[in-house]
Design a protein around this ligand. Structure first.
Ligand code: SF4
Length: 383
């Protein structure tokens, strides 16, 4: 496998196929996104983007020199032309895609035949999946998402039997954090190559309808409650050669686990993270968020720190912290509820390189180069 050197701009785009989604994830970023009283109204009424506009964006990816991309939405697998879009990306443009999905429809039989959507996507060249595996507790999975864990496990098993590896995501929130070690133990027996823990965020749709304070902070759970479970689950996965990312957390909550932390400031320069914007960029003239490394430091990071959409805060103590320049800080509404007591600065010289911790641990940032790779776990973690 080719190892993309840390510190170069990421060669990965994001193909947002539209926000239409039948799932009901209680922690969804797009909750109340249209300012409706109904949490999922936006997802139910959204449209998929046209096949032509998505192909246009894929052509930009190729033109920009991006080699990989991720499908997101909404639920990407339900786009009516998802097989054709996948074929175009892989067979005509030579890109490699990873689909973020709950996997509920991949086992669906197509047009009265015995063929299932999963097979059509793999024939079209789809390179990888990033499955939303929010807990191994089936009842809780249904409570969190409205979906059926059994369907997702069945798709994973089908891929395991074929030697097709994939990646998994768990959004960590107030209901599921105690199940993380059991979830990790289950994933060890699956074909996952790497796993993301996504600590629930409070931005985007939650800001509408004044829900960020009233509901979102409650769902988020305290860092001091979840950190030990995430660490235990990380240890279980790492011991089984599964690489781990911990997303959107201040470094000080995971001392000793800094190499696993992923934040916004490093996104464009992490080995494989999104370089372009999501839906607005897909609909209009596509654009890269970051053209040069200097852009990231001089434009994106200052903008990110001051953007009210992200709502981030740093304390006085943070100013002396070793990772202050590369840390994403803490959500203001979280601090308003819980205060700053949990957050103790890291000692030492300040680190300014946003990918400082990547050099010793590139594994969880590497994408597959082929659909079927032998011993992918070993290849990535040894890279
Ligand atoms: S800058 Fe602040 S929030 Fe970030 S790791 Fe340091 S003390 Fe924690």
């Amino acid at each position: 496998m080719r190892v993309h050197p840390a510190g170069k701009l990421s060669p990965m785009g994001v193909l947002d196929v539209g926000r239409k989604c039948p799932h009901s994830c209680c922690f969804c970023f797009y909750s109340f996104y249209d300012k409706s009283e109904k949490q999922f109204n936006y997802l139910r009424t959204a449209e998929y983007l046209s096949t032509e506009s998505l192909k246009n964006l894929l052509r930009y990816f190729a033109q920009w020199g991006l080699t990989h991309f991720e499908y997101t939405g909404g639920e990407p697998s339900l786009h009516p032309d998802i097989v054709e879009i996948t074929r175009y990306a892989h067979k005509e443009l030579g890109l490699k895609g990873r689909m973020i999905t709950m996997g509920q429809f991949l086992g669906t039989k197509l047009g009265g035949s015995s063929e299932i959507l999963l097979d059509r996507l793999l024939e079209a060249g789809l390179n990888d999946f990033l499955f939303s595996f929010h807990t191994v507790d089936a009842e809780m999975f249904h409570k969190l998402t409205g979906a059926d864990l059994g369907k997702l496990q069945s798709v994973m098993k089908t891929l395991d039997d074929r030697g097709f590896s994939y990646c998994t995501n768990t959004v960590v929130e107030a209901n599921n954090y105690k199940t993380l070690p059991d979830t990790a133990r289950y994933l060890v027996s699956s074909g996952t190559r790497y796993h993301n823990f996504l600590i629930m965020r409070l931005d985007w749709g939650w800001a509408n309808n004044n829900m960020r304070e009233e509901m979102a902070v409650g769902y988020k759970a305290k860092y001091n409650d979840i950190d030990k479970y995430i660490k235990e689950a990380t240890d279980i996965l790492v011991a089984a050669d599964i690489a781990v990312n911990i997303r959107y957390a201040p470094y000080c909550m995971f001392k000793g686990y800094e190499k696993h932390i992923v934040g916004f400031k490093g996104a464009a320069m992490d080995p494989y993270e999104w370089r372009n914007g999501t839906k607005a960029a897909s609909e209009g003239e596509p654009l890269l968020k970051c053209i040069t490394e200097e852009d990231n430091y001089t434009k994106r990071i200052p903008l990110f720190e001051s953007d009210p959409a992200y709502n981030l805060a740093f304390s006085e103590k943070c100013e002396k912290c070793a990772v202050r320049p590369i840390c994403d800080g803490v959500d203001r509404d979280y601090v308003a509820r819980h205060g700053w007591d949990e957050f103790e600065p890291l000692a030492g010289e300040q680190i300014k390189d946003v990918v400082h911790f990547r050099y010793e641990y590139p594994g969880p940032f590497i994408m597959k180069e082929e659909q079927y790779e032998r011993s992918p776990r070993k290849k990535e973690t040894s890279s």
